[in-house]
Design a protein around this ligand. Structure first.
Ligand code: HEM
Length: 323
């Protein structure tokens, strides 16, 4: 025997494997033989690199369109990481203050990185090229990002996503189906020219309404805000946790929308003329957070802070482009 410790370890593992396979009525020897015949893993197969690098398919010959696609895909992956962490909180039957904080802190890191990374777009894409290739993209718009919507739904009570003019129409017994019709983004997606629902919205509703309503029903008592409100009183008063919650609200409902809006302005305003968006919304009124006033955790903010929502120096900087 070359190495008795190793030998014992192998015997232990074999016993564990035998028990595991026996439970499912499987023969361990067949699986061991399969292991003998299988190939070693490599990096490119593991992360599906070939598939990943084939997912960027421009619609035009403008070279910067590739950057546009890649950056949207990167953002979707960030949304996936954010949703994954939020779902980790949602799935725990009982969650304590520390793990809630720890997971939320991760969410904030991902959001923070995403907000910072918006600058990639301004470096990687010329306005001239964007204004050309975007004409081939109608009516597709980031507006149709289902993960963005799911992040919102998983973060707060549904009523907080209802357009602010309609919140008083609902009460504690209103259903998700009833409120869904008045969610803020449906109100925003009205065609500037016709006053009717944009095609962008119609496409999105057709593909995702059912999925989103089902998800929203799942989130009624497991969204971040409702979970926070069920934490022990001492945890709900914890300054460190409150500050992390406020940070998330700020990232998701002020800083990300502002960073995004800043680029919408810099790409869609040309010689002081406003260019219509691919999604057809009245975007200068729809996108700024001070108009939307989506707030996930309203009672963590003072009256003044709620009133001043989104009126930061960044916003004045953004608006300076419009003047
Ligand atoms: C040059 C870059 C960009 C421009 C000009 C732009 C423009 C717009 C406009 C005008 C809207 C409003 C809907 C519409 O009328 O189409 C919108 C919505 C949206 N875009 Fe972008 N966008 C850009 C980059 C991005 C990127 C990189 C993402 C990341 C996925 C993104 C995600 C979204 C989302 C999630 C919305 C919905 C926001 C909401 O409903 O509050 N956009 N975008």
């Amino acid at each position: 025997m070359q190495n008795p410790e190793k030998e014992t370890k192998i015997q232990e593992l074999l016993k564990l494997l035998e028990d595991k396979y026996a439970k499912e009525g499987q023969d361990l020897t067949v699986h061991l033989e399969g292991l003998l015949n299988s190939k070693y893993l490599n990096y490119w197969d593991y992360i599906h690199l070939d598939a990943l690098l084939n997912l960027q398919v421009p619609k035009t010959d403008y070279s910067d369109e590739l950057m546009f696609i890649i950056y949207h895909q990167i953002t979707e992956l960030y949304f996936k990481m954010i949703l994954h962490e939020i779902n980790n909180i949602r799935k725990q039957e009982i969650i304590d203050k520390e793990s809630f904080f720890h997971r939320l802190n991760r969410v904030n890191w991902f959001f923070g990185q995403q907000i910072q990374s918006f600058d990639i777009i301004s470096i990687g894409m010329e306005q001239e090229q964007f204004l050309k290739f975007r004409t081939a993209l109608h009516p597709a718009s980031g507006f149709q990002s289902v993960q963005y919507r799911m992040t919102e739904i998983a973060s707060t009570d549904f009523i907080n996503l209802v357009s602010k003019d309609h919140r008083d129409d609902f009460h504690d017994y209103s259903t998700i189906d009833q409120m869904f019709e008045k969610i803020y983004w449906k109100k925003g997606a009205i065609d500037v020219a016709t006053g009717r629902k944009t095609l962008t919205l119609k496409q999105f509703e057709e593909k995702y309404s059912e999925v989103l309503i089902r998800f929203a029903n799942d989130c009624v008592s497991t969204n971040l805000w409702s979970i926070f409100k069920r934490l022990p009183f001492e945890a709900q008063e914890d300054e460190r946790l409150i500050s992390e919650m406020r940070k998330y609200d700020t990232y998701a409902n002020i800083n990300w929308p502002l960073a995004h809006y800043k680029y919408a302005v810099s790409y869609l305003i040309r010689s002081k003329q406003i260019v219509p968006s691919t999604g057809g919304t009245n975007w200068q009124k729809y996108l700024p957070p001070r108009f939307q006033k989506q707030i996930f955790f309203p009672s963590l903010w003072s009256e003044q802070e709620l009133q001043d929502w989104g009126k930061s120096w960044v916003e004045s900087e953004v608006f300076a482009h419009l003047m």
